[in-house]
Design a protein around this ligand. Structure first.
Ligand code: C2E
Ligand code: MG
Ligand code: MG
Ligand code: MG
Length: 281
């Protein structure tokens, strides 16, 4: 009986594993094809400067239009692209596309591009950035790269040199998702970041948990004393916005201001956010 049961559960387990492996193999094959065909699109989410009450730039967010699955989230395919060694060509496509699209925007608007740890520490990064800027005719000061704490933990040594090369191109670098990784505060002092992006998990709990409020206040204070801009991510409610204003946060980003939108929607979005009748209370 025990044997029958064991066999039964084995039978139950096996096809499920098979199906999962099968699905993964299919996703891998589709992703390789998509990178070769450049079957991606960038959506843009506004970053809003509270000191002048205007949009100061957009973050480029990668979208994969999968023929069968619809839109696949980057949280799902970026790790896979890293694993398959596809993140360098994919990341360079993002850089080129973002710089090209941003070159059509008004000069005061920056574009922020997410760069994975693998790409950031690759030997090609600086060349790829320089080429993307040159081809698009975009001044380096209009490009921001967003990296996460994992980059620092994996490669503290090479990061300083890379940050300085980027600075010499005029490119700014932001610490993304701050507070969620494994880095220590001393990293902030040692690396010349221009901006700290406060992770959305702290913003989400801002009015519900006292702790999150203290953390947000501390990070804003830290940014100010280190000469770094602070941006709050994931702002969804007027209450959160009001609190961030009161704490002296420099910039906000989130669904309250706008969801990420395709490049074609940006002119209308800018009119809505920067126009006479401001949409941001
Ligand atoms: P991230 O860089 O921290 O980007 C912010 C994420 O939060 C985006 O998710 C955005 O759509 C979402 N978001 C913005 N406002 C709100 C809000 O008010 N509420 C909530 N709940 N979410 C909000 P998305 O587009 O799914 O991207 C997820 C992550 O994937 C990004 O996190 C980034 O780490 C990565 N990613 C996206 N595009 C790229 C890319 O081109 N290259 C690389 N290497 N990574 C990328
Ligand atoms: Mg980001
Ligand atoms: Mg983030
Ligand atoms: Mg994130």
């Amino acid at each position: 009986r025990a044997k029958a049961e064991a066999r039964g559960s084995f039978r139950f387990f096996e096809p499920e594993m098979d199906a999962r492996l099968q699905a993964r193999r299919e996703l891998e094959r589709d992703l390789r094809e998509a990178v070769a065909d450049e079957a991606f699109e960038l959506h843009y989410q506004p970053i809003y400067d509270l000191s002048v009450e205007r949009v100061c730039g957009f973050e480029a967010l990668l979208r994969w239009k999968h023929p069968k699955r619809g839109t696949v989230s980057p949280a799902e395919f970026i790790p896979l692209a890293e694993e398959l060694g596809l993140i360098i060509p994919l990341g360079e496509w993002v850089l080129r596309a973002a710089c090209r699209q941003a070159s059509a925007w008004p000069d005061e608007l920056k574009v922020a591009v997410n760069v994975s740890a693998v790409q950031f520490t690759s030997a090609r990064l600086i060349t790829a950035v320089r080429e993307a800027l040159q081809t698009a005719g975009l001044p380096g000061r209009r490009l921001e790269l967003e990296i996460t704490e994992s980059v620092l933990v994996a490669n503290p040594g090479s990061t300083t040199a890379i940050l300085h090369s980027l600075k010499s191109l005029g490119v700014r670098v932001s610490m993304d998702d701050f507070g969620t990784g494994y880095s220590s505060l001393s990293y902030l002092r040692s690396f010349p970041f221009d901006k700290i992006k406060i992770d959305q998990s702290f913003v989400r709990d801002l009015n519900a948990s006292e702790g999150s409020g203290y953390i947000v206040r501390a990070v804003i204070g830290l940014g100010a004393s280190l000469g770094m801009t602070t941006t709050a991510e994931g702002v969804e409610t007027p209450d959160q916005l009001q609190r961030l204003r009161a704490e002296g946060c420099d910039e906000v980003q989130g669904y309250l201001i706008s969801r990420p939108v395709p490049a074609g929607d940006l002119p209308a979005l800018l009119r809505r956010l920067n126009g006479e009748r401001r949409a941001i209370a």
